[in-house]
Design a protein around this ligand. Structure first.
Ligand code: FES
Length: 163
């Protein structure tokens, strides 16, 4: 018995590959690093801008000026109200004319007692000095006026510092 097996395996491989590979979206390592640097620089720039952006607030730098000292409605027209400014100093808020608020130091220029609101005047309880609503002396022994304190009104409330 003869058995002859002849296998022929014909394989046709007709693959055509140009070997050229282009990728528009691909970056080599160098390009990648350059881009990363640019992104970092932009991010840093944004951070600098952000840091500069938030501090353009009010003209007064008085610490604690974010809280009001009193409501305008609480200050008698033609009179005064004792208060404490943002620095903790005793002051008198004065509303000589409705809606117009001024302030003076409440420390008597005679010997330093605390001046209190009176009827249309400011009165020192220690030795009887009196002041008008501008802080000017109207009765001795004080001879110097009460120093003016800067305040401003915003939304019906009084704040330390100039407007
Ligand atoms: S301390 Fe005010 S009158 Fe003397």
């Amino acid at each position: 018995m003869h058995a002859t097996t002849t296998e022929t395996h014909a394989e046709t491989h007709a693959e055509t590959h140009t070997g050229t590979h282009t990728c528009a979206g691909c970056l080599d390592r160098r390009q990648l690093l350059q881009r990363a640097g640019a992104v970092t620089a932009v991010a840093a720039g944004v951070a600098v801008l952000a840091a500069c952006g938030g501090s353009s607030g009010g003209s007064s730098a008085t610490p604690g000026a974010d809280g009001s000292l009193a409501k305008v409605a609480d200050i008698p027209v033609g009179g005064a109200l004792a208060a404490t400014d943002a620095d903790g100093n005793k002051i008198l808020l004065i509303q000589a004319t409705a809606g117009v608020v001024t302030a003076v130091s409440a420390i008597c220029t005679h010997q330093g007692c605390t001046v209190a609101p009176g009827k249309g005047a400011l009165v020192c309880p220690c030795h009887g000095s009196t002041f008008d609503l501008t802080g000017a002396v109207t009765h001795d022994p004080a001879t110097e006026p009460l120093p003016t304190v800067a305040v401003h009104v915003k939304d019906g409330a009084v704040f330390s510092g100039a407007a």
